[in-house]
Design a protein. Structure first.
Length: 519
């Protein structure tokens, strides 16, 4: 090796070492951010800050933030770091209320990354910011009223009937089934019909194309886990390296499907009571009108609002599918697991279901579902123990002084509300590991502070599809529990292990339960 090469290698090494030392010094300087503000904080580790376990997939991101929540016990709020980005962890219910409701004008964005041009399906209601979010939310809100959802109730019942047919023989034989996969097929059938007008019959055909693409959205591995975390806690990094939130082939499939559906309906004057029809109306007119007498006024107010583009329609249909089928199927599977583990609770909810259906000629009706108060408590308790989205994010959009403190946080600061931390806090939910639907009786609910139960978020950015998701979950559970009972078996994982790679709360290895016909 000649002298020139050796000199070059030494020079490069010295340069890299110098860059590293400068970067390290800068990180250490950034890590003093919360100390200078006088805020309690967790000591960060170079280079990941306080999210190393989640990035390295030693813990799920939800459990990472639950751990931070617990370590900050005794403080109403505290500081942490995502790499070198300061994160404010909010623990106290009144402060949570200020951020998500009272002072929403300072925190109207989720602080997530989206790329409308290169990753069009990422530009959906959940990701959008500022005026774009507000405008779209205003347009979409009328599509999720109780009245609109009620007109689509029969879709849920029909899919529930197919669900019963699918498991009937297995129940007769007392077989052990992987219920998460079955419920995912049910949810896919519901959402495909409701959102896209597609009859995919996943319960009859497990290899249906729509089911294949649905699975691909939620494939979990090291790459997707880091990608999902980066979208929320390091959006600047995601922006620089152009990480696509939606895989390219998934984007192409959903865009093509939506385009073909919209064009077919427009060219053939086909109308249906489903989500895609409402989006088509918004494409043409800019909004959905709920009351014909108010049409002229509403139209006058929306004259300056352009209708939805085809990409915007595809993005909203996509997020409705992605959010709706995964969260509902995991909630139903966790619920059945807890009912199998707590047979007294299962028997009580079945008695309520039987009584309500008898009043309605043994039919699952919208009114019968509304009468099932204990079922509602059972699902609420399931969402407490297993919130699908285990933490909420908000980004400070203009400087904000935290009420009752001398602390001011700057624009761009990420705020994390650890939902799973609140839900498992013994202060609000004694014996929090126990599955107890009675926690949500009116008497006990009224004793707890508000904003300690947040599975759907809260405030203006509360989940727009909450009513539909809960109704879908109830119809699926009533369809099954009215005819069948569920039990643990030697294949049931006890205790459950949560998937460390998944952004959504989900169990490793599926959910295996024994199913039997009720006598």
């Amino acid at each position: 090796m000649n002298t020139t090469v050796v000199y070059l290698m030494i020079s490069l090494s010295a340069t890299f070492l110098g860059i590293f030392l400068v970067f390290y010094a800068y990180c250490k300087y950034r890590y003093s951010y919360w100390k200078k503000k006088g805020v309690a904080y967790l000591e960060p580790s170079f280079p990941f800050g306080n999210i190393g376990d989640a990035l390295l997939q030693r813990k799920s991101v939800g459990l990472q933030f639950q751990d931070i929540y617990n370590k900050l016990a005794g403080h109403e709020l505290g500081g942490a770091f995502s790499f070198i980005r300061p994160i404010l962890i909010v623990r106290e219910p009144e402060m949570i209320k200020n951020i998500v409701v009272k002072d929403f004008v300072h925190f109207h964005d989720h602080g997530t990354y989206f790329d409308e041009e290169n990753d069009p399906l990422s530009a959906h209601l959940f990701m959008l910011t500022g005026y774009k979010w507000k405008n779209l939310r205003t347009k979409l809100t009328p599509t999720f009223t109780s009245g609109k959802i009620k007109t689509m109730f029969q879709i849920l019942v029909d899919c529930g009937n197919e669900l019963k047919k699918h498991v009937d023989q297995s129940a007769a034989n007392g077989e052990t089934l992987e219920v998460k996969d079955i419920l995912a097929k049910f949810s896919t059938d519901v959402i495909a019909t409701f959102a896209f007008g597609v009859q995919c019959n996943c319960l009859k055909n497990p290899d249906a194309e729509f089911r294949k693409w649905g699975r691909k959205i939620f494939e979990t591995n090291m790459k997707t886990g880091v990608r999902d975390l980066a979208m929320f806690v390091a959006p600047a990094l995601a922006s620089i390296i152009k990480i696509p939130f939606v895989p390219r082939d998934v984007t192409q499939y959903f865009k093509k499907m939506v385009k073909e559906t919209v064009e077919y309906r427009e060219n053939n004057s086909v109308k249906r009571n489903d989500f895609i029809q409402l989006l088509i109306q918004m494409k043409k007119e800019g909004t959905v009108y709920m009351n014909k007498k108010l049409d002229d006024t509403l139209k006058a107010d929306s004259l300056n609002d352009a209708g939805l583009t085809m990409n915007e329609i595809a993005a909203q249909a996509f997020v409705f599918f992605a959010a709706g089928f995964e969260t509902s199927s995991t909630t139903m599977s966790f619920c059945l697991y807890e009912l199998a583990m707590n047979q007294d609770v299962q028997e009580r909810v079945q008695e309520e279901i039987d009584a309500a259906l008898r009043k309605h000629e043994d039919k699952i009706t919208y009114e019968a579902i509304q009468e099932m108060e204990y079922l509602d408590n059972v699902i609420t308790e399931t969402l407490r123990k297993y919130p699908p989205v285990p933490f909420l994010t908000r980004e400070c959009t203009k400087k904000y002084k935290i009420p009752g403190t001398d602390v001011a946080i700057e624009k761009g600061t990420l705020v994390i509300i650890p939902v799973i931390g609140l839900h498992m806090d013994e202060k609000y939910y004694p014996d929090s590991e126990k599955f107890d639907p009675n926690r949500f009786s009116e008497k006990l609910k009224n004793k707890r502070p508000q904003f300690t139960y947040l599975p759907f978020g809260e405030g203006p950015r509360i989940c727009i599809g909450m009513r539909f998701g809960l109704l879908q979950t109830k119809v699926g559970l009533v369809s099954l529990l009215s005819k069948y009972s569920f039990h643990v078996s030697n294949k049931t994982s006890m205790p459950l292990k949560l998937d460390k790679k998944s952004f959504i709360t989900s169990a490793v290895g599926g959910m295996w339960l024994k199913i039997t016909k009720r006598i």
